[in-house]
Design a protein. Structure first.
Length: 318
């Protein structure tokens, strides 16, 4: 199993997506993280609550799930193995490592009086820097002396939580009661089709960009509002122009709400990579947010940002 945070640049042909012609432009391999589905976590009591602006939500408790369910840990390992057997360029991000990093972030934030606007699930996903989450659910079924496993595997965009490439089924009956081995046998023949659809989705993201929401607000003590003049443009226009220049053909800029004190972009399509100092590098919402706040600083506007999960940017103009 290949677990790495580094990814060499390779061509689309090297990703070996059946049915897709090779592209000329370089393409980094997708980073994926395999996690238990919320349905699985609820069924086994691996959930916790989160106050999302007054709405109490149930979210997965990944740490509890990995600690208390050895079958789940084995199933995730088997899924990672199957994926890398088919395509060794795909980078598997380790869930446990992301949990540990999220806990460190939470401890540091708490020590500095940080806010609680991000759930632990969002923090884990943010630490993964994954492009795609593979969400796994399975159940061991018994009928007389025989066992079989039912399963659902869903590819999910790590930035938007949109689902694609769902795969579900029931394995063949067996006298073995080992759910990990039964799961591997059950999904083995379907993995090529699942990966083909997953990589096709990733290829589409590479062409169209990934969707990131931007929520930009002025604070009560800010020296500027969205109509403030900065040279030849307003603050609103400066932000809009910057996001256009850092998006794929301005995709998503039309879905915006605004007023004197705020701008809300539902989803701006940003490129998956950026050419920095002559090198092609992966980029995410944090990179664009940092460049935007630097750009505003050059215009005399003080701003900072917070990333929620991977796909939402909150920018505060001070």
């Amino acid at each position: 199993m290949k677990i790495s945070k580094c990814a060499a640049v390779l061509t689309l042909a090297a990703l070996a997506i059946p049915g897709i012609a090779p592209a000329q432009k370089a393409m980094t391999p997708p980073h994926i993280m395999i996690v238990p589905d919320l349905i699985y976590c609820k069924a086994h009591g691996f959930v916790q609550t989160f106050d999302n602006n007054g709405v109490i939500e149930e979210i997965p408790d990944y740490e509890k799930a990995l600690t208390e369910d050895p079958s789940l840990h084995g199933a995730i390992t088997q899924m990672a193995s199957l994926i890398n057997e088919r395509n060794g360029d795909i980078v598997i991000v380790d869930l446990q490592e992301c949990i540990n990093n999220a806990k460190k972030d939470a401890a540091l934030s708490s020590a500095n009086g940080g806010d609680q606007s991000e759930s632990i699930e969002e923090a884990i996903i943010r630490n993964s820097n994954a492009d795609i989450l593979v969400k796994l659910q399975f159940d061991l079924l018994k009928h007389g002396p025989e066992y079989r496993v039912s399963y659902t595997i869903r590819g999910t965009d790590a930035y938007t939580a949109n689902t694609f490439a769902p795969l579900e089924g029931v394995g063949n009956p067996s006298t073995s009661a080992n759910p990990v081995l039964l799961l591997r046998e059950a999904v083995y023949g379907s993995m090529d089709d699942f990966l083909r659809r997953m990589l096709r989705h990733y290829s589409s993201m590479y062409d169209k960009g990934r969707m990131v929401a931007f929520d930009i607000k002025t604070t009560s003590t800010a020296g500027h509002n969205m109509n403030s003049i900065l040279g030849e443009v307003t603050l609103r226009e400066a932000i809009d122009d910057f996001l256009y220049d850092n998006s794929v053909d301005g995709g998503g800029l039309e879905r915006v709400k605004g007023g004197d004190t705020f701008l809300q972009y539902e989803g701006v399509y940003i490129p998956l990579t950026a050419n920095i100092r002559g090198r092609v590098r992966r980029q995410g919402a944090k990179d664009v947010a940092q460049r935007l706040t630097n750009h505003l600083a050059n215009l005399g506007v003080t701003a900072d940002f917070k990333i929620i999960g991977l796909g939402k940017v909150n920018i505060f103009i001070r």
